[in-house]
Design a protein around this ligand. Sequence first.
Ligand code: GLN
Length: 273
Amino acid sequence: MSNQQIELTIGWLYPTLMSTYGDRGNVIVLERRCLWRGYNVKVLPLDRNATADDIRSVDLIVGGGAQDRQQEIVMRDLQGAKAEAMREKIENGTPGVFTCGSPQLLGHYYEPGFGQRIQGLGILDIVSVHPGENVRRCIGNLVVEVTASRLVQDLKKMLGGATPYLIGFENHGGRTKLGKVEALGRVVYGLGNNGEDGTEGVFYQNAIATYSHGPLLPKNPFVADWLIQTALRLKYQQAIALSPLDDTLAMQGREAMFKRLKVSVATPAAAKV
Ligand code: GLN
């Protein structure tokens, strides 16, 4: 199959309501990495005008963060057939990256700093509670070692055997507790899910849920490629090798961040033999 025959649709959940702190960066990276390889790529906004069939039609899903108020508006819309379509997509292994407010809504519920509890879709076995406006938000750089077993295996292969570390930036009031679901990783620097148990994010089916905002994929391009590769495998029912791209600048950016945060990791570049 040639690159020009490949078609991919990226579904972007509520672009105007849910795109805080540069979350559109994740959409841009996925789109660009497809275009650079010559794929036909489309970004479909899954907003209030979208139907359940629109949701069903996408190959990859991106969901960003939001303020509490916007989360409430989204949850009033993401009901019935649309909620069912989201559930089907995630349960059937459609890959996605969900940031901050999005995972809170994919969980059982989110309790804002004040106001009513917002019921989520209950796809992820997590609950999120904002401890109140007087308690400090979790803000700052984040470094996470990916520990979700299947994802670690895949990413290690892509990184020449190196341990996968994610660099991100978090900004959330809500604290998330995991039920019977695998964490995405363990916090090396920062606060993660709740600042207490050392976990960060969730990995469920092929959904990556994280408190890392939109620079996640620019700073960790191998995760973008994992999402694209997984989407292609599911769509075309065969493994499609991705042509390599020059990620030198992104890798240098990672080195600089590790150095600045004084985090010592075996970086992919150094680990390659
Ligand atoms: N409103 C949520 C919180 O404060 C999510 C914030 C966000 O998505 N940045 O936890």
